[in-house]
Design a protein around this ligand. Sequence first.
Ligand code: ARG
Length: 473
Amino acid sequence: MSADRYQLWGGCFEEEPSSVLRRLNDSLSVDSRLFREDIQGSRCWAAELHRSGHLTEEDNKAIQDGLNMVEKDVEEEMLKNGRLRDPEEDIHSVVERRLFKRAGVAAQRLHTARSRNDQSATDTRLWMLGSLPKLHAALKELITVLVDRASNEIDIIAPGYTHLQRAQPVRWSHFLLSHAWALRDDVTRLEEQKSRLSRCPLGSGAIAGCALPIDRMRLANSLGFEDVTPNSMFAVSSRDHLVEFFNWASLCGLHLSRLAEDLIIYSTQEFGFVRFSDQFSTGSSLMPQKRNPDGLELIRGAAGLLLGEAFGFSCVMKGLPSTYNKDLQSDKELLFRTYDRLLDCLKVAAGTITTMEVNNNKAFSCLDTDMLATDIAHTLVRNGFPFRQAHHVVGSILRRASALGVDLKNLPYEEYHKICPEFKSKEELQRIFSWETSVEQYTSLGGTSRDAVNHQLDILRSWLGSTQLTCTK
Ligand code: ARG
């Protein structure tokens, strides 16, 4: 062991590892972020060793007091410098060396029957259990923002698009909620990860389990886990909870990117349905007039990066031999990157949507009566006409209107009647040309009528009030 570096291994080595290997192998710059979890894991591990008769009262006390001091020191240094300057390879070695300084030889009993394999797996799961509720809260916040806007803006009717071509008029709220529902499922999917995540690997050792009789369930519960991992080889080799999380994050990112893209399009001068606040817009260094939606573009781009992380990590895992292999160390780098990126995106999306202005007149002015063509066909259907024939009739009417250079509203009733005598009266036809009447027809569950949208709002509001994620005690 080199004098300046406390190393947890190396007794049988004659030479130091090469500096390039060190650089590749060292993980402190990443896993120092787990210092609280690492220390908490050690506290509970020492307490369990003590309870099961493998650590004296005195040594346990020295370790517990020492860990408290180490935590305080590390906290202060992290706050001051943003990182740890210790020469050790990872956070586990740092904590043990610092503990040795504080607690003396008792520190050398702490790693009894423990391996960094079960230790780092435990730290990561603990960190996730502590952190996922923050993503959960940020997602709920974004859904709340969408629900609040949808509730306030239920009177606004805007064009709805398919293929980015005008399709049918819809309530603006209906559009907003279409994104809220996708995110609602993301929340549920996040909650579903908890039971698989909340299994404690500690006590699995390097691979074979723990040779000292300890109570793993008691240990797991003391750390706030619901259960223990059921097989020590599985415990140190599995990163399924991370694969699941990365895939979840990439789906959530995908949803955010679609929301972002809609809003980017709606913010263009050509659409002009929304205008972003100064707080959530950026400018150009050359063109003074520019207001750019960089935040939303970054969210759209982040979705690609999140997908890349998920795919990349699955590639790392594919074909790995049992059980622990150092390939697994990359899990934390990707975890922190994914987590930070997604959390920022959620917050920027919520801020952008809270502070944007909606130009209902502009949205309204983009409605054109061709968008009521389906409603005209439905009128014929209500008169007993087969839908397919009605569809063709309206097609002919559209052609006729275009030939005469008028829109559907201004095409004389006589022209309608000439093409299809099933049009019963001028009044019946005129009633169709109201945006409000149009959207109010869609009363089925999940439709765009006022009642159907209010129903969605009720469900989402009561769900928002009831769902929460608490992962640790
Ligand atoms: N830092 C490693 C990781 O995060 C844990 C250390 C296990 N090291 C080992 N040589 N078995 O995966």
